[in-house]
Design a protein around this ligand. Structure first.
Ligand code: FES
Length: 108
């Protein structure tokens, strides 16, 4: 079973699990600040679940690409929307600062 490393935790999940749900269900602070309350709940429209992922995950779908092409995100940045990403193997996840997690400074 895949291991998700995030915010100092190692979480075991199933192949194909939704990354946003895995993180939230295990108490990871996926959403920064006010975006904990103000977010789209995983439909891929707000962009606040953006993270950097290393490891085996699904290819970016059209919602992921579309939302990350709109500021404050940038399509050239190697982020992913956790809510549009399936875990396929062991991964490491990083979160950056900013309401959308859009800045360069690593939060965790
Ligand atoms: S939770 Fe809104 S885009 Fe992922």
């Amino acid at each position: 079973m895949p291991i998700v490393e995030a915010q100092g935790k190692k979480i075991e999940c199933q192949v194909g699990d939704n990354l946003r749900q895995v993180l939230i269900n295990h108490g990871i602070d996926l959403h920064n600040g006010g975006s904990k309350l103000i977010n789209c709940r995983g439909i891929g429209s707000c962009g606040t679940c953006a993270v950097k992922v290393q490891g085996n995950v699904s290819e970016p779908n059209w919602r992921d690409r579309a939302r990350r092409s709109i500021p404050p995100h940038s399509p050239s940045r190697d982020l992913r929307l956790a809510c549009q990403t399936q875990v396929l193997g062991d991964i490491q996840v990083e979160k950056f600062t900013g309401f959308w997690g859009q800045y360069e400074q690593i939060l965790w």
